[in-house]
Design a protein around this ligand. Structure first.
Ligand SMILES: Nc1ncnc2c1ncn2[C@@H]1O[C@H](COP(=O)(O)OP(=O)(O)OP(=O)(O)O)[C@@H](O)[C@H]1O
Ligand SMILES: [Mg+2]
Length: 147
């Protein structure tokens, strides 16, 4: 577990993660309302050179191109039924797929990086785990880079 003292630390974690990605990964962002999920994605996309990410709270899926590789960013918070998930077109992602509230539906590949953000005092905590061999290596690399 890593402590992120302020929003800048969350953004730094996103930028460091960007530098470790190869371009085909799946990432689950899990954590309460306001845990810092969008802050991390915004910084990740910016670090790839793909421009500024807007929150997908209103649009359920945002796609960013023009960076080192494409990023598809989805937020499942407002999705209620499996049929709606199919309409998002997430299987068409040809780059990195990042999903907020990923615990609600099973949309990521079996081997994906799981980032859990939690509230801690004024700051946040970040726990990175892998669900398979590739993502486990990525989780270890991210955790040591942020220590
Ligand atoms: N490590 C941190 N310490 C303190 N504040 C933080 C930290 N990281 C992010 N924040 C702040 O928390 C607020 C919520 O962040 P953000 O919108 O990224 O959360 P979220 O998890 O995407 O929320 P939602 O579930 O509503 O989509 C923002 O004001 C952001 O600046
Ligand atoms: Mg958000």
């Amino acid at each position: 577990m890593i402590t992120l003292a302020d929003a800048e630390a969350t953004a730094r974690a996103g930028a460091v993660l960007a530098s470790l990605l190869r371009g085909r990964e799946g990432i689950a962002l899990v954590g309460d309302l306001g845990a810092g999920k969008t802050t991390l994605v915004t910084a990740l996309v910016a670090a790839l050179g793909g421009g500024v990410a807007t929150s997908p709270t209103f649009s359920l899926v945002n796609e960013y191109r023009g960076g080192r590789f494409p990023v598809m960013h989805a937020d499942l918070y407002r999705i209620e039924r499996e049929a709606e998930v199919a309409e998002l077109g997430l299987e068409d992602a040809d780059g990195v797929l990042i999903v907020e509230w990923a615990d609600r539906f099973d949309v990521l590949p079996a081997d994906h990086l799981r980032l859990e953000l939690g509230h801690a005092d004024a700051g946040r905590t970040l726990t990175a785990t892998g669900t398979g061999p590739q993502s486990a290596a990525l989780a270890t690399a991210l955790t040591s880079a942020l220590r």
